[in-house]
Each structure stands twice: as structure tokens, then as C-alpha cells.
Design a binder for this molecule. Structure first.
Ligand SMILES: [Zn+2]
Length: 225
């Protein structure tokens, strides 16, 4: 991105997109003019935030929402978020979350889970959706489900096509099977919705475990670029 200097990463008070400083850049790492230019036009979507159900497969989640569409601007900012640990920038990707929360008020979630990005335990890399997760845990006063695990797929590349195909179905699992989650409304949070295959697989696991409803919320809907 033109205009991004090394300094803007060291001092995140400056807009990560254009390098200027204002109240917005101080709080969300993107200045007011850049936010107006890129974020506000996205709000004029006639069907706000709803991800259309794919028709080519069975869908296990009940509804899916996104906060922003991923265009070139969002893509570049998102890379910065992943690689530079730009925590203030994570707030830019929470814009619109209050309006979105209103859509869930009639049937609030009971439990929230973050799509695991790594099969390793211990100190985890910063998840782009972590700021959003924290906000919504507090907003709904719900706990996070820490039982979802990404099953290691390290040896996947050495497998044949058929094994890989079936292996994909087992990419996630629960560490504990004795939890009582029947009848709950589970919220799945992830950073990007591309095909929805990942959240759909996780939704399937939860539905199998007896949950009543699964809602997915992602920061970015891919396909705007
Ligand atoms: Zn700017």
C-alpha cells in the first residue's frame, strides 16, 4: 500500500493506510477520511451483513453474518493485522458490530467459539477476530467454548487424494465430549468467510452434539476483490 511507512507500524496512532493522524487513527488505526472512504460505502448494502446460504451443499449453520466486505483496501489492512500484530487495527474490523448485535437480540447466543487456527496448544498466535470475540463475550455475557480443536493435518500432503478428501472432514474435533451443550445457541466467530466450508463443518459438529442453533459471524466476506 502506498504511503505506509515503517513508522506507522511502530507508532500505531498513525493511520496504517495513509499515515496521517486523527482521533480515529488513535482508536482504530485508520483515520477518519480513510474510514469514510472505505467503510461507510459498505454500510449502504441493502441486505446488511447477511451471508447468502450456498445452494450447492447442505448447510448446518442457521445464519451467517459479516461485518465488512473484503476489497483491496481491507485485504491489505488485514495482512498488516496478521503479520504486524496491529491490535488497534483489530478495532477497525469490529466496526458495525453493535448494529449487527441488534439482529441477534431476539434470540441471543449462549456460547461462543473462535475457529481454531492452529492445532498446537500453548501460546497461540494472535487471532484477527480476537478483539471482536472479546467484545461479544462481554456484550452477551457468555463464555467461550474452549473445547474445539483443530486436528493436526501436518501429514496431509503425503496422503493420496482419497485420504485427503476424507481427512478434510475430520479437521476439527472436541477435546471434551461430556459437556452439556444440547439446546444452546452457539456463535462461531472467524476472520474471513470464503466458501464457508470451515464454519459449516464446525456447525455440523455442534449440531451433532445437540445444539439448537448455530450463528456464524465473520469480520470479512471474501469476494469483494
Ligand atoms: Zn488514512
Amino acid at each position: 500500500m502506498r504511503g505506509v511507512s515503517f513508522l506507522s507500524f511502530v507508532f500505531p496512532k498513525f493511520c496504517v493506510a495513509c499515515g496521517s493522524y486523527d482521533y480515529f487513527s488513535e482508536i482504530i488505526a485508520v483515520c477518519k477520511p480513510c474510514t469514510k472512504k472505505h467503510y461507510l460505502p459498505q454500510k449502504q448494502n441493502p441486505e446488511p451483513n447477511q451471508v447468502k446460504h450456498p445452494i450447492d451443499r447442505f448447510v448446518f449453520y442457521d445464519q451467517a453474518f459479516y461485518l465488512q466486505r473484503r476489497g483491496h483496501f481491507e485485504k491489505t489492512l488485514f495482512q498488516a493485522l496478521k503479520f504486524e500484530n496491529e491490535r488497534p487495527l483489530a478495532k477497525y474490523f469490529c466496526l458495525g458490530q453493535r448494529a449487527l448485535a441488534k439482529l441477534l437480540e431476539s434470540d441471543p447466543p449462549d456460547l461462543v467459539t473462535l475457529v481454531p487456527s492452529s492445532p498446537k496448544s500453548g501460546p497461540r498466535p494472535y487471532h484477527s477476530a480476537y478483539a471482536f470475540l472479546t467484545k461479544w463475550k462481554n456484550l452477551w455475557k457468555i463464555r467461550g467454548d474452549t473445547s474445539l480443536r483443530k486436528v493436526s493435518v501436518d501429514k496431509q500432503s503425503s496422503l493420496g487424494f482419497e485420504s485427503r478428501f476424507f481427512h478434510a472432514k475430520k479437521a476439527f474435533g472436541f477435546a471434551k465430549s461430556d459437556r452439556i451443550i444440547a439446546g444452546l445457541h452457539v456463535l462461531i466467530v472467524d476472520d474471513i468467510f470464503t466458501t464457508g466450508a470451515t464454519v459449516n463443518e464446525i456447525a455440523r459438529l455442534y449440531k451433532q452434539a445437540g445444539v439448537r442453533k448455530v450463528t456464524c459471524v465473520v469480520l470479512l466476506l471474501s469476494g469483494g476483490d
